[in-house]
Structure formats: C-alpha cells, structure tokens
Design a protein. Sequence first.
Length: 146
Amino acid sequence: MNPSRTRQATTFALLLGAVVFGMVLAGGLDLTPTGQAAAAAAAGAVSAPAAAATAPTYAGLPSFADLAERVVPAVVSIDAQTIGRGQQPNDRFHRRQQPQSPFDFFFGPRGEGDGQGESPREFRSDSGGSGFVVSTDGYVVTNNHV
C-alpha cells in the first residue's frame, strides 16, 4: 500500500472513531435535545388516559385491556421440584455439578462409561410454567411441558 492510501485510511478510521466517540459521549451525557412532540401533546385539552379510555373498538371487538383485566386473576404460575434417586440421563443438560475440565462440558467426563448410560445418584429436577384456572374446582390448563 502506498503512503498516500495509508494516510487516507488512517484519517478515515480516526474520523469515524471520533464520530462514534462523540455520539456515545453525547448520548451518555444526555446532550441531545428532547423532542418537541411531547410538549405539544401536553398542551392539548385531552390527557392520554382519557383518550385511551374513549378509544373506539374496531368492528365491535372488546378492548384487549378490558379482557386482560378480567382474566388476570385466573392466571397461575407453577413451579415444581423433583428430588429423586435413581437413573438420570448422563448428559450435560442434567448435570448439577461443575465440570472438572473445560472439555468435560463439551465432551462429557472421562472414565464414566460411554456417555450414553445412566448414572444412579441423587438428582434434582426443576420445572415451571404458567397456566390458567378454568373451573371452580381448581382445574388448571397449562402447556404440555409444564
């Protein structure tokens, strides 16, 4: 590369770096001006919550906010933990102990069979999800994995 091209590339890189640095600095120090649209909306006679409350529904459909407000009490969170002793799959997704070597994480521990077997020791399995109550006797509908 000739010296003229090298100088141009260096100048361009420095200029680009300065622009990026300036943008980061201006954003971090909050030097950019605030928008004028917020001030214009605040000067209006109708406030945002009042406008949202009177917003028309399309094709006679109920508001999603009203629907959510009615069904939120029926939504449940489910957390389950199983502690067992016995056969657990011998793969990296079910191990709770830390690998002894960085290679153990990717290739499995050495000297524990072919890696396809099962290990008979105590294990813990955590699971969770969500669902919703569909009847007064407490019947809960969830996804298949919960």
